[in-house]
Design a binder for this molecule. Structure first.
Ligand code: DAH
Length: 345
């Protein structure tokens, strides 16, 4: 026996690897079995010179302990992943195919609108779907018991309370939150889901999506509003698009208007999409009422602003000429797959 011999065995043990329980057992027999290499060294130890015994004894014991520990460690790792009975996975095989879905048309419209306003320098804000009366009505100049509240049939979550909780009926609530929290000037769009207690039909649903826009700064005028909407409409519906504004009423804007875009199907000649008028209604808008600015702590003698709000399903219906709103909620794959081609991964 030489020290060289023993060192070589120590190194061998360090490098030892086994893939199966059978290999571990074979290694144990090879080193520690009755006729194993380490057992044989212990036999040989008897013949070692007296004065060398001490050193050989120490290193032989170290070798044996190491072999026992290594075999145990190998057994433990194999027990932790007991797959040696199974054939090893063939990593060269192609993986399972992932079925890619497509973006929902309403999401596509939302992303397109948000991208357009991002280019104009608007931020994006979101707010809670379960809101309080203050943010949905009170701060937007709908006093309690005012008939304007009838414009939006509301699902209440808790009633009989000074500031009841409800499902927001419009994303205008997020403009209130933006005015309360964001530093001036504010330029923000707020996409989100809204809820109204409506009978479901081809033209109405109890859940739908809106996007709200708000711009507040010094000296913002109706001309700025008109220009922003015109630029948006041309980005969204094409460079030939014209807009027109019709006077309207919303409690939170004064003056208020509804915006129509020229019908990009018949180019003003009149078709069944625009019902022969050449125009399609896309949003409500107006100059933020000074009461609304003041309710959120903004000085209305210094600041003015405009707001607008539109329904995403409505824009999607116009864009793809879908004549029944319910298609957007039924998740019928035959309908959703029609939009596959527009998926950008
Ligand atoms: N919140 C209104 C609605 O749901 C839409 C709207 C109209 C929003 C005019 C506005 C606005 O910001 O100025 O019917």
């Amino acid at each position: 026996m030489t020290l060289e011999n023993i060192k070589k065995l120590l190194e061998e043990l360090d490098a030892l690897k086994c893939g199966t329980a059978k290999e571990v057992e074979e290694a144990r027999v090879r080193y520690l079995g009755k006729r194993g290499e380490i057992t044989a060294l212990f036999e040989e130890f008897r013949t070692v010179d007296k004065d060398a015994k001490r050193e050989f004894g120490r290193i032989l014991n170290e070798l044996k302990q190491k072999a026992i520990a290594k075999i145990e460690a190998l057994r433990d790792t194999l027990e932790a992943c007991p797959d040696d009975a199974q054939p090893k996975a063939d990593l060269t095989l192609p993986g399972d195919e992932l079925e890619l879905g497509s973006r929902h048309p309403v999401s596509m419209v939302r992303e397109q609108i948000v991208d357009i306003f991002r280019k104009f320098g608007y931020d994006v804000a979101e707010g809670p779907e379960i809101e309080d009366d203050h943010h949905v009505f009170e701060a937007l100049n709908f006093p309690a018991n005012h008939p304007a509240r009838d414009m939006q049939d509301t699902f209440f979550v808790s009633a009989g309370h000074l500031n009841p909780l409800l499902l927001r009926t419009h994303t205008s609530s997020v403009q209130v939150r933006a005015m309360e929290t964001m530093p001036l000037p504010i330029r923000v769009v707020c996409p989100g889901r809204v809820f109204r207690n409506e009978a479901i039909s081809a033209r109405a649903h109890c859940i739908f999506h809106q996007i709200e826009g708000l711009y507040i700064d010094e000296n913002v005028t109706f001309a700025d509003l008109k220009q922003a909407i015109l630029l948006f409409a041309r980005e969204m519906f094409g460079p030939q698009t014209e807009i027109r504004m019709r006077p309207s009423y919303f409690p939170f804007t004064e003056p208020s208007a509804e915006v129509d875009v020229s019908c990009n199907i018949c180019h003003g000649k009149g078709c069944n999409i625009c019902k022969g008028t050449g125009w399609l209604e896309i949003m409500g808008c107006g100059m933020v009422d000074p009461n609304v600015l003041e309710a959120s702590g903004i000085d209305s003698s210094k600041y003015s602003g405009f707001a607008f709000g539109m329904g995403l399903e409505r824009i999607a219906m116009l864009k793809w000429q879908v004549n029944d709103l319910r298609h957007y909620f039924e998740n019928d794959l035959r309908f959703l797959r029609e939009f596959n081609t527009s998926l950008e991964v």
